[in-house]
Design a protein around this ligand. Structure first.
Ligand code: ADQ
Length: 472
C-alpha cells in the first residue's frame, strides 16, 4: 500500500455513496459539518482519508478523489448497530450535548466501540508513511489515538473533537470514563471547539487519571500532550463568492417570488437531531402566530430539517413530532397558497443552500447545545451586502465568536420569542452594524486559518507542505 504524509481518520469517507457513470466518486458535501469543513483543505494535497464507505461487508476498492487517497474501513451490520448507532450516537452524543436526551449504557456497545476503534487504528497505521501525521476526528474514534500510538510510535497524532466536551459532572457518568480519556491522551495535540471544553478535559484527566494537567498541557509519563481550542470555521471567501454569483442571486429572487414576495423570510437549516432545538423553535413560532405578533400574510418560515441518523430511535421520534407540529401549525394558521411554515427534509446542493441563505432576512439557529454550528457561519458569510439578522443560541460554540448576533437561550420560550421579534423588527442600520462585525471576524478566521493553526501546532517537525501550515 502506498503511504501518505498526512492521514485524516474520520468515521465516514467524504465520498458520495453513488458512483457517477464515468466511475468517478464525488466528495460528499452534505449534510454534516465535518466534511463541509475539511473538504476545501485536502483537495490536491498528498493526503489520505481513512473511513467507512457506507454499506456493510468488505470495504470497496476506491479510486483517489481530487488526489486524496481513500481507504475504506469495513463495518458489519452489528458494528453499525452497536458502535455507530449505539455507543457513538446513543451514549456519547447525548451525554456530550448536556444529556438533553438520556444516554444509554450497554456493555455490548462498548465492546463494539473498542473493536471498531482498533480496526480504524490498524487502517491508519497502514496508511501513514514513517514519521507522518495522522489527524483523528471526533467522538466515534476517541480510542484511536492511544491504539495507534501502540502500533506506530513514530507518528505525530492529532485528535479533534467536533462536538462539545462535557463538564465533569456529566462525563463522570460514563462507566468507561478512564479508558476514553486514556485513548484521547494517545494524541500529541488534542483540539476542541471552545476553551471551556479544554478546561473540562484537563479537570477530568487530573481527577480520573491523577495526571498533572493544565488547560494547555498534560504530562503523560515522558510525553507532553498539548490541549487547546481551535474553533472550526467555513471557507468564507468561497461561500461569499457563491453568494455574489449572479445565478445564485437570480435563484434567490425566484425563491422569494415563489414564496409570494413576503416582507420577511425566516430560515432554519438543521440536521433532524434533538440537539438542534427544532421543537422549541416551532413552539415559539406557533405562540407568536397565535398572539398575532407574527402574521402569515407578511412573514414566512422555512424550516429545512434534513433526515439524519434515522435509525437512532430518538431521531425517529423527533421527526414524527416535528412533522406533527408543522402540520398542526399550518392547519391552524396557514391559508390557501400561504402556509405558515415551509418544511423541507431534503438535502440541497451548495448553490441551492446559499440561495436559501440569501433569501433569509432572519436566520434562526437555536440549538440546545452545539459544538460550533457551521450553518450560522455559512449564513454570515453569504450576507455580502451586510443585510440579514442572525438569531443564535448561546449554547452553540459559534456564540463565543459571533457576539453581535441576536443571542438567545433556547430553553427560555419567552426569551426565544422576544429574540425572534427583535431580529424581525431590527432597523437596517442595527442589522448592518452587527453583520459587518461578524463578517469581518469570519474573513480573518476561515477554514484555512483553522487548519493552519491546528496543523502547524501538530507538525512541530515541519514535514507538511507549507501551504497547509504557513501562517499569515
Ligand atoms: P453538525 O451537527 O452536522 O456538525 P453543522 O455544524 O451545522 O452541524 O453542520 C451542518 C452542515 O451540513 C453545514 O455545512 C450545512 O450547510 C450542511 N447542511 C445542513 N442541512 C443541509 C441540507 N438540507 N442540505 C445540504 N447541506 C446541509 C458537527 C457538530 C457541529 C460542528 C460541526 C463541524 O455537531 O457543532 O460545527 O460538526 O465541526
Amino acid at each position: 500500500m502506498r503511504q501518505s504524509p498526512l492521514v485524516v481518520v474520520a468515521n465516514r469517507l467524504p465520498i458520495d455513496d453513488s458512483m457517477a457513470p464515468d466511475g468517478a466518486f464525488e466528495w460528499r458535501r452534505s449534510p454534516g459539518g465535518l466534511v463541509s469543513a475539511l473538504h476545501p483543505l485536502l483537495r490536491h494535497t498528498p493526503a489520505a482519508w481513512v473511513g467507512w464507505a457506507g454499506g456493510t461487508g468488505p470495504a470497496p476498492d476506491l479510486p483517489d478523489v481530487d488526489g486524496v487517497r481513500m481507504h475504506g474501513v469495513p463495518l458489519t451490520a452489528e458494528d453499525l448497530r452497536d458502535h455507530y448507532e449505539g455507543f457513538a450516537n446513543s451514549t456519547l452524543w447525548p451525554l456530550y450535548h448536556d444529556a438533553v436526551e438520556q444516554p444509554e449504557h450497554h456493555r455490548r456497545w462498548w465492546e463494539a466501540y473498542q473493536r471498531v476503534n482498533q480496526r480504524f487504528a490498524e487502517a491508519a497505521a497502514a496508511a501513514a508513511e514513517p514519521g507522518g501525521l495522522v489527524w483523528v476526528q471526533d467522538y466515534h474514534l476517541q480510542l484511536v489515538p492511544g491504539l495507534l500510538r501502540k502500533l506506530r510510535p513514530d507518528l505525530r497524532i492529532g485528535f479533534f473533537l467536533h462536538v462539545p466536551f462535557p463538564p465533569p459532572e456529566l462525563f463522570m457518568q460514563l462507566p468507561r470514563r478512564a479508558e476514553l480519556l486514556g485513548g484521547m491522551l494517545g494524541a500529541d495535540l488534542i483540539g476542541f471547539q471552545r476553551a471551556q471544553a479544554a478546561h473540562n478535559f484537563a479537570q477530568l484527566v487530573a481527577k480520573v487519571l491523577g495526571l498533572p494537567a493544565t488547560d494547555r498541557s498534560i504530562s503523560v509519563g515522558e510525553r507532553e500532550v498539548r490541549v487547546g481550542a481551535f474553533p472550526i470555521a467555513v471557507d468564507t471567501a468561497e461561500v461569499a463568492a457563491l453568494a455574489a454569483d449572479p445565478g445564485v442571486a437570480e435563484r434567490a429572487r425566484r425563491l422569494r417570488q415563489d414564496l409570494g414576495d413576503p416582507e420577511r423570510v425566516i430560515l432554519s437549516v438543521d440536521r433532524m437531531d434533538y440537539t438542534k432545538g427544532i421543537e422549541q423553535r416551532l413552539k415559539a413560532y406557533r405562540e407568536l402566530l397565535a398572539s398575532g405578533d407574527v402574521k402569515v400574510q407578511d412573514t414566512v418560515l422555512i424550516q429545512v430539517a434534513v433526515r439524519s441518523r434515522d435509525r437512532v430511535a430518538q431521531n425517529q421520534i423527533l421527526r414524527d413530532r416535528v412533522e406533527h407540529q408543522v402540520g398542526r401549525i399550518n392547519g391552524e394558521f396557514g391559508r390557501v397558497g400561504e402556509p405558515a411554515i415551509h418544511y423541507l427534509s431534503q438535502p440541497f446542493d451548495r448553490t441551492e443552500l446559499v440561495a436559501l441563505y440569501r433569501v433569509a432576512d432572519v436566520m434562526a439557529v437555536t440549538p440546545l447545545r452545539d459544538g460550533m454550528n457551521l450553518v450560522a457561519k455559512e449564513y454570515v458569510a453569504t450576507r455580502v451586502d451586510d443585510t440579514g439578522a442572525l438569531l443564535l443560541s448561546e449554547f452553540a460554540g459559534a456564540a463565543a465568536e459571533l457576539e453581535q448576533a441576536y443571542l438567545v437561550n433556547p430553553h427560555d420560550l419567552e426569551g426565544l420569542k422576544q429574540g425572534l421579534l427583535a431580529a424581525l423588527r431590527a432597523t437596517p442600520e442595527d442589522v448592518a452594524t452587527r453583520m459587518r462585525g461578524m463578517r469581518e471576524h469570519l474573513r480573518g478566521n476561515d477554514i484555512h486559518a483553522w487548519a493552519r493553526s491546528y496543523l502547524s501546532a501538530l507538525d512541530v517537525a515541519g514535514s507538511l507542505p507549507g501551504r497547509l501550515t504557513a501562517t499569515g
